[in-house]
Design a protein around this ligand. Structure first.
Ligand SMILES: Nc1ncnc2c1ncn2[C@@H]1O[C@H](COP(=O)(O)OP(=O)(O)OP(=O)(O)O)[C@@H](O)[C@H]1O
Length: 251
């Protein structure tokens, strides 16, 4: 679904990914891992069509990203960023309805089918009861769910999320991970999300994309665990990764 072809990304003279090729074809739930500053957000932004590519190509559903018209891009990929979104006077239903913008007619008016999709997206995120509330009166976790509902309403085969669990407490992190897994499998989406939650990535995801600057390794989760890449990348004087137990151990 997402193909990287000899992709080089970076800023100025700094190269983050150097001629990386990977075919994230399996779809399902994919975790994007890497140390701080390795380029996870940069890659997600580039895949969403927001960042600059130094060289190479990104293909989405077989089409070169740079050749897609804005409305085609908006029908192919949705992006949930880390920014805390608080739109004071807009009800949750209206926020989710923004996801329908690539499909609405020229005055932006929702058709019955659009309303149906908005309601379904809210329901899938278990947020139907919040439809008439405004986001300035909601918790970070609740707002995060609304932004994911908006991405779902956009009805794209690819959904990108930048650290979606970062504002959440432990139970909610897992709940969101399970929810993303369910959406990926039941709605047949390719969901790529960056995270520092190694255990969520390794227990819930179908495959892992691991940035090991300036390379990127992409493997099904079990193979990634056995590959030794995670151990090598996340090991330091204080901690080791135990691939059998899927646990970080303090030395
Ligand atoms: N707009 C920018 N201009 C110049 N350098 C940038 C810009 N954005 C990010 N960088 C640098 O690029 C590198 C990768 O940043 P990026 O945010 O993609 O990493 P990340 O893997 O998402 O990090 P983290 O896990 O800390 O969120 C960092 O060294 C960062 O300082």
């Amino acid at each position: 679904m997402i193909q990287l072809e000899s992709l080089t990304l970076g800023y100025g003279q700094e190269v983050l990914l150097d001629q990386v090729s990977a075919n994230l074809d399996g779809g399902g739930l994919i975790a994007l891992l890497g140390r701080n500053g390795s380029g996870k957000s940069t890659l997600l932004r580039a895949t969403a069509g927001l960042g600059k590519i130094k060289s190479g190509r990104i293909l989405l559903a077989g089409k070169d990203l740079t050749g897609l018209r804005p409305e085609e891009l908006a029908r192919t990929v949705s992006f949930v960023t880390t920014e805390k979104v608080r739109i004071p006077n807009l009800k949750c239903r209206d926020v989710v309805a923004l996801g329908r913008a690539p499909y609405t007619n020229w005055v932006g008016r929702l058709q019955p089918r659009d309303r149906e999709i908005v309601d379904k997206s809210l329901a899938l995120l278990d947020m139907s009861t919040y439809a008439e509330r405004t986001m300035d009166q909601m918790s970070d976790g609740e707002c995060q769910r609304i932004m994911i509902a908006r991405a779902l309403a956009q009805d794209t085969p690819i959904i990108l999320l930048d650290e979606p669990t970062s504002f959440l407490d432990l139970p909610n992190r897992y709940e969101l991970g399970v929810l993303l897994q369910r959406l990926a499998h039941e709605q047949n989406k390719c969901i790529l999300f960056s995270t520092h939650e190694l255990d969520i990535a390794l227990t819930l995801c179908d495959s892992i994309a691991l940035i090991d600057r300036p390379h990127l390794h992409y493997l099904p989760t079990r193979q990634m665990i056995n590959s030794g890449h995670i151990e090598r990348l996340f090991r330091n004087e204080t901690i080791t990764f135990d691939p059998k137990e899927l646990r970080i151990r303090v030395r």
